[in-house]
Write a new protein. Structure first.
Length: 128
């Protein structure tokens, strides 16, 4: 019974957000900002590809498209300084230069990489 109570407490603290952390709260009348789920962020990130899909397409096509989205997402995330050398991003760029890679696949990866830089890279230098 104690384990169940502890689990529920962890969940309620997790869902309550920063307001549940002692010494960190919001003024009266303000609530903690909504925390976006990673799944929602990735689907939004992949919208240029996912938005072109038709529900009538075979499931393996939809899965393959989602796999491209997640691969590009992960390559960029793993290139962040906290994860060490950006090997996955280097691998992605190498795949994009492979003459055997279908042009559509290269364009999809390029589109998503550009979207990542434009919308989700707050520390990157932007050219004016």
């Amino acid at each position: 019974m104690h384990a169940e109570h502890a689990r529920k407490r962890r969940l309620s603290v997790h869902h309550a957000g920063a307001a549940a952390v002692p010494g960190f709260g919001y003024p009266d009348g303000m609530s903690a900002p909504r925390v976006r789920k990673i799944s929602e962020t990735i689907l939004d990130f992949g919208d240029p590809l996912l938005g072109q899909l038709d529900a009538a397409l075979p499931l393996d096509v939809i899965r393959s498209t989602l796999k491209i989205v997640v691969t590009v997402w992960n390559a960029h995330v793993m290139a962040m300084p906290r994860w060490g050398p950006p090997q996955f991003l280097a691998d992605l760029h190498e795949r994009m230069r492979d003459p055997q890679m279908p042009r559509e696949m290269v364009e999809a990866m390029r589109t998503l990489s550009q979207r990542r830089l434009e919308r989700l890279c707050w520390t990157c230098e932007r050219s004016s």
